[in-house]
Design a binder for this molecule. Structure first.
Ligand code: PMV
Ligand code: MG
Length: 359
C-alpha cells in the first residue's frame, strides 16, 4: 500500500428532482468546485486512525474484526465512511488484494466555514473520494461506471432513499444526465452475486451521460441559510406513489427533463430555459398535492427575483431550504439578480461547475 490522495466534488440538481428516485427516470445534475478530500497512508500501528473535523474533534482509532470495521469509540456519523471502506476492501479482496491498517484524513470544503450545511451532498462525495483513494493506494483503477456502481452498492446497503444521483455527479463530474438506478434490483443481486460480477454486468434502467456545458449560460447559486433534510422530504412523498396525479408528475417530469437534455445537447438556450421553468412548475404542483413545502418563502423570493430579470430559476434538490439555482445569459442580468438576492438575505455562493476533464 502506498500513500494516496483523492477528491470528489459536491453536486447541485438542475432538474428532475423527486421523479428521479423512480428507476429509469432522468435528472440533470452538475458537480461543483467544492470537495471532500481523502488522504490515506499505511499505519505504523496495529490499528488505523481517522482524522476528520466534520466527524469528530478527536483522532478516531479503528480496527477490523473479521472483515468488519469498528471504532474504539463508536460515532454514528462515521457509518457511511466505515461502510464505504468495508465494501471497497471487500471488492479488492475479491481481486486478491488485502490492505494493512492505514490512517485516513478527510477534509471538506462542502459546508460553510461555521459548519452549516449548504446541501451540496457530502455523503455522496465522501464515498466517492474514499473509494478513489483506496483504489489509488493499491494502484488499481476502475472507470467512472465501475466507481459509480461500487458507490451505489454502498448506498443501497445503507438503505438510502435517494436516487443516488449525487454519486453519479461526484464520479463523472461536469454536467450529467442521470437515469436512476433500480435499487431493489441491486439489493436482490447483492444476495447472490459477488461484487466483481455485479460491477461487470449491465444494470437495468441505469444510464449516465456526460452533457456539454451550456456555452452562453452561467449557473448562479443562492443559499437560503436554512438546512433541509433530503431523507425526510423523500420519505414524505413515498406514500401513494400509485396515485394518478403522482404518476402524471412522473411522466411530465420525464418529458420535461428529456427536453432539457436535448436542449443542452443542441445548445438551444430557449429550450433549456423553458424546461427549467416548467420543471419548477411541476415540482410546485406536486408539492401542493403532497402537502409539502419545497419552495419555502425564501426560495420563492429567490426564484421570483431571478425570473423577473429573465433568468431560468428553481429550487435545487429536495427544497425546503438549502439552495436555489438560476441560469443567466449576461453579466448585467447576473449582477442584478445577485444584488437583489443579497438585499433579501439570500447568500450567493461563489461556486462553479467542476469538470475533471477540463483540467
Ligand atoms: O436536496 P438534494 O440536493 O440532496 O437533492 C435531492 C434530490 C431528490 O430527487 C429529492 C432526492 C434524490 O436523491 O434524488
Ligand atoms: Mg437539499
Amino acid at each position: 500500500m502506498k500513500h494516496a490522495h483523492a477528491k470528489a466534488p459536491g453536486k447541485l440538481y438542475i432538474a428532475g428532482e423527486y421523479a428521479v428516485t423512480e428507476p429509469g427516470h432522468p435528472a440533470v445534475i452538475v458537480a461543483v468546485d467544492r470537495f471532500i478530500t481523502v488522504s490515506l497512508s499505511p499505519s505504523s500501528n496495529v490499528y488505523g486512525t481517522i482524522c476528520s473535523p466534520q466527524l469528530s474533534s478527536k483522532t478516531l482509532k479503528w480496527k477490523r474484526l473479521g472483515h468488519d470495521l469498528f471504532l474504539e469509540e463508536p460515532i454514528e456519523k462515521t457509518t457511511i465512511l466505515l461502510k464505504t471502506i468495508e465494501v471497497t476492501e471487500h471488492f479488492l479482496r475479491e481481486k486478491g488484494v488485502t490492505l494493512p491498517y492505514y490512517d485516513i484524513t478527510i477534509k471538506s470544503s462542502l459546508d460553510s466555514k461555521d459548519g452549516r450545511k449548504y446541501g451540496l451532498g457530502s455523503s455522496g462525495a465522501v464515498t466517492v473520494a474514499t473509494i478513489l483513494a483506496l483504489l489509488e493506494s493499491v494502484e488499481y483503477s476502475l472507470d467512472d461506471e465501475g466507481i459509480f456502481k461500487l458507490a451505489a452498492i454502498i448506498h443501497t446497503q445503507l438503505h438510502s432513499r435517494g436516487s443516488l444521483g449525487d454519486l453519479a455527479a461526484a464520479t463523472y463530474t461536469g454536467w450529467i444526465a442521470y437515469y436512476s438506478v433500480d435499487k431493489s434490483w441491486v439489493k436482490e443481486k447483492l444476495a447472490d452475486a459477488n461484487l466483481i460480477s455485479l460491477l461487470e454486468c449491465s444494470w437495468p434502467e441505469l444510464k449516465i451521460e456526460r452533457l456539454p456545458s451550456p456555452k452562453t449560460l452561467k449557473l448562479i447559486v443562492g443559499w437560503t441559510g436554512i438546512p433541509a433534510s433530503t431523507e425526510t422530504y423523500v420519505k414524505s412523498i413515498e406514500q401513494d406513489r400509485e396515485e394518478l396525479n403522482y404518476q402524471d408528475f412522473l411522466l411530465q417530469s420525464k418529458k420535461c427533463v428529456t427536453d432539457l437534455i436535448v436542449g443542452l445537447k443542441t445548445n438551444d438556450t430557449q429550450q433549456v430555459f423553458d424546461s427549467i421553468r416548467y420543471n419548477r412548475e411541476l415540482l410546485l404542483e406536486m408539492s401542493h398535492a403532497k402537502e409539502i413545502v419545497i419552495e419555502t418563502p425564501l426560495l420563492q423570493t429567490l426564484t421570483r427575483i431571478a425570473l423577473k430579470y429573465g433568468a431560468a430559476s428553481k429550487t435545487s434538490g429536495a427544497g425546503g431550504g438549502d439552495c436555489g439555482i438560476a441560469l443567466v445569459n449576461s453579466s448585467v442580468q447576473e449582477n442584478e439578480i445577485l444584488s437583489e438576492w443579497r438585499a433579501s438575505t439570500i447568500e450567493p455562493l461563489s461556486l462553479a461547475v467542476y469538470d475533471k476533464s477540463n483540467l
